[in-house]
Design a protein around this ligand. Structure first.
Ligand code: MN
Length: 131
């Protein structure tokens, strides 16, 4: 059983490959989208447990996509982790202001990343009680 379901919204192939490898190693199921518009549409279809959101994206940037996600009653509860190379002053605030729940900079601290995912996943469904 996968430990949870994620959506990766990322246009950079190297970053995408890294995230996919990490999520596979951690036993998560995931789907990918390579621009903000696709990210929204996959999110609506898949309703993941957590969304990993790059900010610089084609078609619709990550800030805009996150605003749409957080305005959608079916998706606003889904935690969005902003993952961005933007390490400039103010970028963290800008991501949080757009509605991102958490913020991580590239290169990712993998231990911190794995722990964050673990914390955000819904608890496992307990096995049925048999009498
Ligand atoms: Mn990008």
């Amino acid at each position: 059983m996968p430990k949870g379901r994620l959506l990766i919204v990322e246009d950079n192939l190297d970053n995408l490959t890294l995230l996919q490898d990490v999520l596979r190693a951690l036993d998560y199921e995931f789907r990918i989208a390579k621009d903000g518009e696709a990210g929204l549409s996959v999110a609506r279809d898949y309703v993941p447990d957590v969304i990993l959101m790059d900010m610089s994206l084609p078609k619709m940037d990550g800030w805009t996509a996150t605003r749409h996600l957080k305005a959608d009653p079916a998706l606003k509860h889904v935690p969005v982790i902003a993952i961005t190379a933007h390490a400039m002053r103010g970028d963290r605030e800008r991501a949080l202001e757009a509605g991102c729940d958490f913020y991580m900079t590239k290169p990712l601290n993998l231990r911190e990343f794995a722990q964050k995912l673990k914390d955000l996943m819904p608890p496992p469904v307990p096995p049925p009680v048999t009498s």
